[in-house]
Design a protein around this ligand. Structure first.
Ligand SMILES: CC(C)=CCC/C(C)=C/CC/C(C)=C/CC/C(C)=C/[C@@H]1[C@@H](COP(=O)(O)OP(=O)(O)O)[C@]1(C)CC/C=C(\C)CC/C=C(\C)CCC=C(C)C
Length: 396
């Protein structure tokens, strides 16, 4: 029997969860029923054994290292801010003049227009935020959408790896204060105002490189890594802008983990909704080994017939996506109050796409699952109710 890894606990063949191929988002293992701690590769490990370990690490373990790095950066930034508060304020001559101010306002307005045209659910979410935060999210969203368009947009067939390298160089320029166009001006400003790290942005470009060459995913481990690159990264970009509630007792890592989970959950939902559309483009994002285990093949997907095998396969996939939403929920209450409503709303709205797939009797080949406007509106007060509940008193 081949070794099976759990998505969250780094154990092999040790979990007895009901998810396909033993993947779960619970941090418990059946063997000892204790919270499994994240593996640390830092102390006392030689470079050689680390390189060997690299080969056998699961995607989730590798992504968790990024989470740890992001959390460490936030800590460092907090320390620096405390030191800055102690320093007397000096005018260093870099204060923004009126022309710059107008240019910036224009840049953010262009980002708003871009988002209003492109991003339904997330644009709606940003409207529930405070104006300053909203602007930062528009700038980040525009960059993400433009990156995604390189491999998924109307001109995607012309995109080469070289274009993505140029895009990455341009990203470095944005972070170093040399924006290229009006949208970059907004992101450059956002990056200078919030403790955002360039890593998740670079990782998203890596994901797009993957999309250029890969159209099948052997197992959930491979799919997880893809989801991290294209969507989990958005969660990691978002936390430094949103900020963690001052009263939160949660560890920074656990909040980043929840943000990552929300990105993964959204992307899994996206994949399940778009099975038919992706198949037309020759792409199948569903884990090949799980398809085979369910007695399904690529041909079944290209034929697009809803059978009992398909329904039962989809039930497992939907269950897993919901577990990632559940992981994400744990972190939303730990965020700053100013953004909780927006994040809860987008979580509730996007998750309902899974309900819509069920309501379509799992026909995601020819019927697009969507959430009706009335349902969206009902979700807003529900989200507000949840947002008003503050961080948990217990440390996590
Ligand atoms: C209010 C709010 C949630 C704001 C997030 C705004 C933001 C930065 C959005 C960027 C989204 C974007 C354009 C990503 C590009 C890559 C991509 C296409 C990812 C897929 C999004 C939807 O795709 P698509 O447009 O094709 O789908 P629709 O047709 O519109 O349905 C993704 C599925 C992923 C998006 C991932 C997120 C928005 C991550 C959200 C995580 C957080 C905001 C962190 C919250 C923190 C905690 C602790 C939970």
């Amino acid at each position: 029997m081949s070794a099976v890894l759990c998505v969250v606990c780094p154990r092999v063949n040790a979990c007895d969860h009901s998810l396909p191929r033993n993947y779960c988002t619970q941090r418990r293992c059946s063997s000892n029923n204790k919270l499994s701690s994240k593996p640390s590769f830092s102390s006392g490990v030689s470079a050689y054994s680390r390189a060997v370990a690299n080969l056998s690490r699961s995607s989730e373990e590798r992504v968790y290292e990024v989470v740890q790095k992001q959390a460490a950066l936030v800590r460092e930034h907090r320390r620096e801010s405390e030191l800055d508060l102690k320093k007397p304020v000096e005018n260093d001559g870099t204060s923004t003049g009126t022309t710059d101010w107008n240019r910036l306002n224009e840049a953010y307005e262009r980002c708003r227009e871009f988002c209003a045209d492109h991003d339904n659910t997330f644009y709606l979410g940003t409207l529930l935020m405070m104006p300053e935060l909203r602007r930062a999210f528009w700038a980040i969203s525009v960059w993400c959408r433009r990156t995604d368009d390189l491999v998924d947009g109307p001109n995607a067939t012309y995109t080469t790896p070289k274009d993505l390298e140029r895009w990455e160089k341009r990203l470095n320029d944005i972070f170093e204060g040399r924006p290229c166009d009006v949208y970059d001006v907004a992101l450059s400003d956002t990056a200078s105002k919030y403790p955002i790290d360039i890593q998740p942005f670079k990782d998203m470009i890596e994901g797009m490189k993957l999309d250029l060459t890969k159209s099948r995913y052997e197992n959930f481990d491979e799919l997880y890594l893809y989801c991290y690159h294209v969507a989990g990264t958005v969660g990691l970009m978002s936390v430094p802008v949103i900020g963690i509630a001052p009263k939160s007792k949660a560890s920074i890592e656990s909040v980043y983990n929840a943000a990552l989970a929300l990105g993964i959950a959204n992307q899994l939902t996206n994949i399940l909704r778009d099975v038919g559309e992706d198949a037309i483009r020759g792409r199948i994002y569903l884990p090949q080994d799980e398809l085979a285990q369910a007695g399904l093949s690529d041909e079944d997907i290209f034929c697009g017939k809803v059978t009992d095998k398909w329904r039962s396969f989809m039930k497992g996939q939907i269950k897993r996506a919901r577990m990632f939403y559940y992981e994400a929920e744990k972190g939303v209450s730990e965020l700053n109050l100013a953004s909780r409503w927006a994040v809860w709303s987008s979580l509730l709205l996007y998750r309902q796409i899974l309900d819509a797939i069920e309501a379509n009797d799992y026909n995601n080949f020819t019927k697009r699952a969507y959430v009706a406007k009335a349902k969206k509106l009902i979700s807003l007060p529900v989200a507000l109710g949840r947002a008003l509940k503050g961080p948990s008193k217990l440390a996590s």
